[in-house]
Ligand binder design. Structure first.
Ligand SMILES: Cc1cc2nc3c(=O)[nH]c(=O)nc-3n(C[C@H](O)[C@H](O)[C@H](O)COP(=O)(O)O)c2cc1C
Length: 361
């Protein structure tokens, strides 16, 4: 059906199309019984796809990447589309409008998108109010960031405030230091700065866990694809030293090599989709090697089909995420990836996703 809807959506400005999609999901969520129907149409249920990490059970390894449900309002409907987990955010402590529009561009010839949204969101308290009201059938990750006007020296306070406001509602948390759209943010990704930041963030997570009497929830770090391998190794080492539970690889890229689209190729922002695929998969492989498989990796960047998801899993990802693929292929992409993954597992004689993780690392 998306074949007919897509041309209409693509006639709209990309951000308007996005708002329409979020609005449609919010409407569906309000109809009693609608999510069960959606789930029956979209979800692939098969024990071979289930993955357990950090004590959490993911019914399948295909998640929705951060940036779609920025205010944590429609994640139950997204779960009903068959996603094995949903990452909401990026959420900052205070609400902020983000960059001026237009700030989202389609590059159809490249099956890519450039965005410079700049963490537009309603802030941590509004997100908490939404999260407390809604239950979800799959794990929910919360991606946290700092406000644009917070200097890097005070960034730790912002991440701490987010964690405090949202800790009760997330199954895992992602420290985002890799968006290219908040000036200076990626400087926090340098090993020394990251080590200091994570020391404080993990300290906060541990004290929140003590207050609730539960084990500490996993805190992951999201990496940029533009880090060179040597730097990435330092960053990974610094993060592991602080007790990080895993990595999300990768965010969008500032590289513009090889794009066919001439209209938007040089817009400022982060590029996602097909052109990022190979680079993101290589990054997963490098992170897997650098960590010797000790912590789970969430592989993201240009996943459009089962083969793409499988390549990331074989490179070392325990879970994968999709965003731009959803824009180009529609909601049926999750079902398709999961079905193709099952066929690929069968072809290679694996009984579960777990057996394939890191096979090509
Ligand atoms: C419009 C848009 C907004 C995004 N916003 C965020 C964000 O707020 N936080 C974040 O960590 N990543 C954000 N991302 C990056 C995605 O989570 C993902 O890492 C990246 O798009 C690569 O995956 P893809 O090729 O499947 O889209 C955004 C991506 C897009 C396209």
């Amino acid at each position: 059906m998306y074949r007919w809807i897509r041309p209409l959506l693509f006639r709209l400005d990309p951000e308007t199309a996005h708002e329409w999609a979020v609005g449609a999901l919010a409407t569906v969520q309000r109809v009693p019984g609608a999510l069960a129907l959606l789930s029956r149409a979209f979800a692939v249920t098969d024990a071979r796809l289930a993955v357990t990490r950090w004590g959490l059970r993911f019914p399948n390894p295909v998640g929705l990447a951060a940036g779609f449900d920025k205010n944590a309002t429609v994640y139950p409907a997204l779960a009903a589309l068959g996603f094995g987990f949903v990452e909401v955010g990026t959420i900052t402590p205070r609400p902020q409008p983000g960059n001026p529009r237009p700030r989202l561009f389609r590059l159809p010839e490249d099956e890519a998108v450039i965005n410079r949204m700049g963490f537009n969101n309603r802030g941590a308290e509004a997100a908490a109010r939404s999260l407390v009201r809604q239950v979800c059938t799959v794990p929910v990750g919360i991606n946290i960031g700092k406000n644009k006007d917070t200097p890097n020296e005070a960034a730790l306070d912002d991440y701490r405030r987010c964690l405090r406001a949202l800790y009760a509602y997330g199954d895992y948390f992602v420290v985002n230091v890799s968006s290219p759209n908040t000036p200076g943010l990626r400087a926090l990704q340098r090993a020394e700065a990251l080590g200091r930041l994570l020391e404080g963030v993990l300290d906060e997570a541990r004290s929140l866990a003590r207050e609730t009497g539960a084990p500490a929830k996993p805190v992951l770090v999201k990496l940029a694809p533009d880090l060179d391998v040597e730097l990435m190794r330092e960053v990974v080492r610094a993060a592991l030293d602080q007790g990080v539970a895993g990595f999300v690889a990768t965010n969008t890229t500032v590289d513009r090599t090889g794009l066919k689209n001439r209209v938007h190729a040089h817009e400022a922002g982060g590029l996602s989709g097909r052109p990022l695929e190979g680079r993101a998969t290589e990054m997963v492989r490098h992170v897997y090697r650098a960590t010797e498989g000790r912590v789970p990796i969430v592989g993201v960047g240009g996943v459009f089909d089962g083969a793409g998801a499988y390549a990331k899993i074989r490179a070392g990802a325990s879970l994968v995420q999709v965003y731009t693929g959803l824009i180009y292929r529609g909601p049926g992409i999750v079902r398709r990836i999961n079905r193709e993954l099952l066929a690929l597992l069968e072809r290679d004689g694996y009984r579960t996703i777990d057996e394939a993780v890191g096979a090509d690392a």
